[in-house]
Design a protein around this ligand. Structure first.
Ligand code: BGP
Length: 487
């Protein structure tokens, strides 16, 4: 009989990186302070309008404060509260903390030569605060944002000039922090541009439709930029760990119909592996031609030089960071199947799985499968840098949040990781998403909460901003203390 269970004995290495993850534009606030320029994230309003606006034929990167509420502008005021927040992370026993650097804090317009010193000063303090508690910073260089000017004036990542601007930005932060920060990632969820090129690549959808040629060109430019960051980082210290970061959604064929099996294989190749293949193996996968053709992209229209290809080969990433929230199902043979929502990708619903408050299909076994699939394919260390349950939390009259549903979700995913480690996978660490409540990337709202720490702010940005540990806070504290053996 096949054993689906995960091991009961402790399996995580003694230096396993337990921590949590956030992104600058979703928690810092202070969107226009200390010289920071506006970023594309600052121009996406909250609520239902967020997705609708981002998919308008002519996306106009304007900030119209009279008309829309921009939740990122206040965030959770981490800019002001970072000391208190890091102290709470330390209380949970975090060994690492994944956060991103707001590009527009360092280069307000993106195309200047000199960085904004006041912006750097904030990260000097943030990093030192982590180190004070022996928390290792894990930095995402770019997480769903860029200076607004780079989208408006240059058209986002489809423009090759962005490579130079990113290289300058990466150089400044790597040179300044490489002695204090060992773990880096070049781009957050680089493959998410399949579904949301506006947020991921700063692109303007043309003629009401996504232009896949632009998306692929933007990816290529990002791949080159990522390799340049690896080159700079490894010159400073060849031991630095610089990773890629992908949105991984384990995908199952709906049934044994070979057509669904083939479609699912292609879904895996295109969505889960295409970007990772380039960044890890240093070359475009053999399925690239098929994928481009399926999306009507003429390869002759792409600007890719021999030097670029050599750079990709010479400077692949050191490890694979990925987010995992849910799995999907591929079905090309049925017309009337039930559908479900998801992390940028929804699809056919899976009758074996329950869904979150937002309709995402919860599937811990899918994480064990993901870890095995990635390790089989690349044999590189893996890092689960996002995972978690977005839920409506209730604050009781005596200031508590009983989030057993979140504990249950995380426990089952940690068990799945333990299973994968026992399967032979090399897993570096685990940083659950939104370790403190923050603004949701897809809805722009506060009410979709992931944190171990409740933040008293509502969808309109009203509230005291007070921090309140939830039940999951004390649970995770024990998990870290016991190195994952007390779940
Ligand atoms: C990932 C993003 C994060 C984060 C998370 C949860 O795709 O990297 O930025 O927000 O998903 O998504 P959401 O906030 O939409 O629930």
């Amino acid at each position: 009989m096949f054993d689906f269970n995960s091991p009961t004995t402790p399996v995580f290495s003694k230096d396993f990186l337990w921590g949590g993850a956030t992104a600058a534009n979703q928690l810092e606030g202070a969107w226009n302070q200390a010289g920071k320029g506006p970023s594309i994230a600052d121009a996406l309003p909250g609520g239902n309008e967020r997705f609708a606006i981002a998919s308008q034929p002519e996306f106009n990167w304007q900030i119209d404060e009279d008309k829309y509420h921009y939740p990122n502008h206040r965030g959770i005021e981490h800019y002001q509260h970072f000391k208190e927040d890091i102290k709470l992370f330390a209380e949970m026993g975090f060994r690492c903390y994944r956060f991103s650097i707001a590009w527009a804090r360092i280069f307000p317009q993106g195309d200047e030569i000199e960085p904004n010193k006041a912006g750097l000063k904030f990260y000097d303090q943030l990093i030192d605060e982590c180190l004070k508690y022996q928390i290792k910073p894990v930095i995402t260089i770019s997480h769903y944002e860029m200076p607004l000017n780079l989208a408006k004036k240059y058209g986002g990542w489809k423009n090759r000039q962005l490579i130079l601007f990113y290289e300058r930005f990466a150089k400044v932060v790597l040179e300044r922090y490489y002695q204090k920060v060992h773990y880096w990632m070049t781009f957050n969820e680089i493959n998410s541009a399949f579904h949301f090129p506006v947020m991921s690549q700063g692109l303007v959808p043309s003629n009401g439709a996504k232009d896949f040629t632009n998306i692929v060109q933007a990816w290529h430019n990002q791949f080159v930029a990522s390799s340049l960051a690896v080159k700079i980082g490894h010159r400073l210290n060849s031991d630095l760990q610089i990773g890629c970061m992908v949105l991984y959604a384990t995908s199952y064929a709906y049934d044994a119909d070979p057509r669904n099996q083939l479609a699912n294989l292609q879904q895996m190749q295109d969505f889960n592996f295409f970007c990772t293949d380039v960044q890890v193996r240093g070359e475009y996968p053999s399925s690239t031609g098929r994928m481009l053709q399926a999306h009507g992209v003429d390869p002759q229209k792409l600007k890719i030089t021999e030097e670029d290809l050599q750079l990709l080969k010479d400077y692949p990433v050191d490890y694979i960071g990925f987010s995992y929230y849910m799995s999907t199902v591929t079905d090309v043979t049925h017309q009337d199947v039930a559908t479900s929502a998801g992390n940028l990708i929804g699809g056919v619903s899976n009758p074996f799985l329950k869904t979150s408050d937002w309709g995402w299909q919860v599937d811990p076994t899918g994480l064990r499968i993901a870890l095995n699939q990635l390790y089989d394919r690349y044999q590189k260390p893996l890092f689960v840098v996002e995972n978690g349950l977005g839920a409506f939390d209730k604050l009781t009259a005596d200031n508590q949040v009983h989030d057993n549903y979140r504990i249950d979700y995380l426990r089952r995913h940690i068990q799945a990781m333990a299973g994968a480690v026992a399967d032979g996978v090399d897993l570096m660490g685990y940083t659950p998403w939104g370790c403190i409540d923050l603004v949701s990337a897809s809805t722009g709202q506060m009410s979709k909460r992931y944190g171990f720490i409740y933040v008293d702010l509502d969808d309109q940005g009203q509230g005291s901003s007070n921090r309140i540990p939830k039940d999951s806070f004390y649970w995770y504290q024990k998990v870290v203390q016991s190195n994952g053996s007390k779940l």
